[in-house]
Design a protein around this ligand. Structure first.
Ligand code: PLP
Ligand code: ZN
Length: 435
């Protein structure tokens, strides 16, 4: 029997079942993490695990065709299959950015398209696990009234979708008047109760935390480490898509820093169980407007929260990341680098890569801009195999794209803007225009 439980990341004694609504260590208030019984998992050889994961990958035997649940023994082993809430997560394309990479002088640039997923971001990888555990808790008779989060974007979209699929009520708390139509519409469409408050994001977080403590609302923000168990499968999937070879460098955009911690946890587990023998170098890309991890990296990992300024990469506009300690631990182990990108750099990098056939969200733009800088500085070698993690679908960020190409983004000189050419209904005029 495989088993997993919550433990304090600081090593305080105590183990808590995954079905307990607990988000922080009762002794020291630090975050919890999910730990697995690696000895039990060692009953299969590395080759047997690889074969099992490959046999299930994108196949029809439910729920294992989901690339999260195809790795269920490593994610949430105790959960009965009939409580899994899945809409076919993971298995996203990893494309070879041939023309874009070559233009930078690097042959092997690959982009892992985590935004090609059910609600359009990698958040689905984690939310399927969290909502499945909630469904299991409800089946066990625990008093969960609803799932809830404070979020202005992808987290609320994903939570609302998975809660609706499970038939569990969802509550989304967000700051009134600071959220775009696109950010509001997904949770509304999925029937979540959306509460728009006269406060900022931190104010919303304080309210939802209190609802979790006092009103039986189960908290779905990323301090809940169940989500990271699903998100860590991206590491396994990247290696699997390369026939179990490890890239030299992985670049990931970071805000609350749960996703980079999850990436590291996936590699930790593959190494511990013998599936891989080398580690990639992990690079976190931050917006210069919201760069607390970058500043900590400059200061030998001494962390101070900052006040995040507005950035086009709105999902990573975070000054006091909840998973900071986990992220630093990951970067120390994975020869980590943190680099930042200005608004102009991220917008132009996204647009430059779009010219080779992609359609990048601004967060992916941050990662691409960091790739360009690290190649230019010689930190990334031209022979390195590099994977850039694209976190959301560009189609969710139409306003960003539109304003870029209209040259309407404040203080940004767009190098790749492209406008329609308006012409009369006249053949010669058209012929001249395409000449
Ligand atoms: C949530 C999110 C991120 C940041 O992930 P963290 O785990 O908070 O670091 C980056 N990009 C997109 C599109 C996101 O939705
Ligand atoms: Zn503790």
């Amino acid at each position: 029997m495989y088993r997993a439980s919550f433990r304090c990341i600081n090593g305080c004694p105590g183990e808590y079942p995954l079905t307990q609504p607990i988000y922080r260590c009762p002794s020291c208030q630090h975050l919890l993490e999910v730990v697995h019984d690696l000895e039990a998992l060692g009953d299969r050889s590395p080759a047997a695990w690889m074969r099992l994961f490959d046999d299930r990958y994108k196949r029809t035997s439910w729920p294992y065709g989901s690339s999260v649940w195809g790795k269920k023994e490593w994610v949430c082993p105790g959960l009965p299959d009939e409580h899994v809430v899945s809409m076919d997560e993971g298995g996203t394309n990893m494309l070879w950015a041939e023309r874009y990479g070559r233009a930078l002088g690097v042959d092997d640039v690959w982009v892992k398209q985590c935004g090609n997923s059910h609600t359009g971001s990698f958040k689905d990888l984690g939310m399927t696990v969290l909502v499945s555990v909630v469904r299991h808790m409800i089946a066990l008779g625990q008093p969960v009234r609803a799932v809830g989060c404070a979020s202005t974007g992808d987290t609320s979209a994903s939570l609302a979708a998975y809660a609706a699929a499970a038939g569990v009520p969802a509550i989304v708390v967000l700051p009134r008047g600071r959220v775009s139509v696109a950010q509001l519409i997904q949770p509304l469409a999925n029937g979540a109760k959306v509460l728009a408050l006269d406060t900022d994001f931190d104010g919303c977080m304080a309210i939802i935390t209190r609802l979790a403590e006092e009103e039986g609302v189960y908290l779905a923000n990323s301090m809940n480490s169940l989500r990271l168990e699903g998100q860590k499968t991206v590491a396994i999937e990247i290696v699997q898509q390369w026939d179990w070879e490890v890239p030299e460098v992985i670049i990931i955009p970071g805000g609350n820093l749960g996703n980079v911690s999850a990436l590291g946890a996936g590699f930790d587990m593959m190494e511990a169980l013998g599936l891989i023998a080398k580690r990639p170098r992990i690079v976190v890309a931050q917006a210069a407007a919201a760069n607390p991890l970058y500043l900590a990296y400059q200061q030998n990992w001494a962390f101070e929260p900052v006040v995040a300024k507005p950035t086009l990469a709105s999902a990573i506009q975070i000054g006091n990341p909840v998973s900071i300690q986990k992220a630093i631990r990951t970067l120390q182990k994975y020869d980590g680098i943190v680099e930042q990108a200005t608004e102009e750099q991220l917008a132009n990098a996204a647009a430059r890569a779009d010219r080779s056939g992609m359609y990048n969200c601004p967060h992916t733009g941050v990662a691409l801009a960091v790739l360009e800088q690290l190649v230019a500085r010689g930190v990334i070698d031209t022979r390195d195999r590099v994977v850039v993690i694209s976190t959301a679908n560009g189609l969710k960020f139409t306003e960003f794209k539109q304003r870029y190409h209209e040259r309407a983004l404040d203080a940004i000189v767009p190098q790749y803007a492209n406008r329609p050419i308006e012409l009369p209904n006249d053949y010669d005029a058209v012929r001249r225009a395409i000449a």
